[in-house]
Design a protein around this ligand. Structure first.
Ligand code: FAD
Length: 329
């Protein structure tokens, strides 16, 4: 594994929310063995929340039961690396991919010849570009920080002018909270850092470590395999567009990529089997989630329409939206 970051998991570009395993089964009913995949060491869990509240532009709150963990994302990423290393992987930090040609990845530490190359290089994936695969078409800027203070154990999502086309969040931890927002840049000209400062001051919270990232919001890319190249995570558009969460999808599909590559190297299947399997496991919920985001786009430009839509959907409808179910039965 190579990563251009000097230290894996730093800076944190994430809300650090991971749904509980039960919630993940409810979102992705076709999946199995999630207990094994998400065996999360308690040292990387920074808090637990049992509720989620969605707040409309008119300040009306809709509360649902939703159990989740607030991770220490840096520690979580390092924990994953340790698991990979224990299974024989090697990681070189501070190394960038430059290009790929004839099965050789040219990097800042020289060429790497690989039987299979996995592009886990995020929404602007150079691997995808080098493989002539399409990249996520729509990416929302999202900024996050660590907020100080004590917070009720309830995840909060604020919709409306605070983050047009997206939402602002408070994800409580045992100490402090992850606070941030993501929005549609075409409709909101404010700089993400200014929007964050405005939001944190409106809730009276001091913050540190702001960090900007991008969230793919256009659903899975058309094809995630080309030749001996496989895309996973944000590079493959594996993010739920109705809530911006990508850790569960990256890990569920990522494990499948690992399995297929191992079977492929043993001569038992083509790499394209990966595409078939992730579609079967997470394709349906991602499709529903994308439909919800597109419907929400109709309401987002008007605070009145957005408030009215949330009122019409009610707690049950909003619960379905968050859980990537079809909005209307
Ligand atoms: C602000 C924000 C908040 C979010 N909040 C949540 C949340 O609360 N819950 C959730 O489930 N999801 C959240 N997400 C999404 C989630 O973080 C990602 O979907 C998930 O981490 C999977 O990302 P990834 O590993 O595929 O890509 P990334 O996290 O983008 O990682 C890509 C890696 O590739 C490396 N890289 C890129 N290009 C090169 C190159 N040329 N050479 C070498 N290395 C390279 C980068 O350094 C990076 O380490 C959030 C995203 C953002 C931006």
């Amino acid at each position: 594994m190579i990563d251009r970051r000097r230290e894996i998991g730093c800076p944190v570009q994430c809300g650090e929310l991971l749904p509980s395993i039960d919630e993940m089964y409810s979102i992705f009913p076709a999946t199995a063995e999630l207990e094994e995949l998400f065996k999360v060491d308690s040292s990387v869990v920074a808090g637990r929340n049992t509720k989620l509240e969605m707040v409309s532009p008119g300040n009306r709150a809709y509360e649902i039961d939703f159990s989740s963990m607030a991770l220490n994302r840096t520690a979580f990423d390092k924990h994953l690396v340790r698991l990979a290393q224990a299974a024989g992987a090697r990681l070189s930090e501070g190394v960038s991919l430059l290009s790929i040609a004839n099965g050789i990845a040219k990097t800042t530490m020289g060429g790497i010849k690989a039987k299979v190359i996995v592009g886990a290089d995020g929404p602007f994936s150079l691997t995808a570009r080098e493989a002539s695969l399409s990249r996520p078409g729509l990416r929302y800027p999202a900024i996050t920080c660590q907020g100080e203070g004590r917070f009720d154990p309830c995840v909060k999502m604020f919709f409306g002018p605070v983050a047009p086309g997206g939402y602002a969040w408070i994800i409580p931890k045992n100490e402090g909270a992850n606070i941030g927002l993501g929005f549609k840049s075409e409709v909101y000209r404010l700089k993400p850092s200014e929007a964050l400062a405005k939001f944190t001051s409106s809730i009276g919270v001091e913050f540190s470590s702001p960090s900007l990232g991008f969230v793919p919001m256009s659903g899975p890319v058309r094809s995630s395999v080309a030749g001996n190249i496989v895309l996973v995570g944000d590079a493959a558009g594996h993010v739920m567009p109705s809530n911006g969460g990508g850790i569960p999808t990256a890990m569920i599909a990522g494990r499948e990529a690992g399995r297929v590559i191992s079977e492929h190297l043993a001569g038992r299947c083509s790499l394209y089997e990966y595409e078939r399997r992730w579609r079967q496991l997470i394709g349906g919920p991602l499709r529903n989630s994308l439909r919800t985001r597109r419907l929400a786009d109709i309401a987002f430009p008007s605070n009145m329409l957005l408030g009215l839509s949330m009122r019409l959907l009610g707690t049950r409808g909003l619960d379905r939206a968050i859980r990537c179910k079809p909005l209307f039965l």
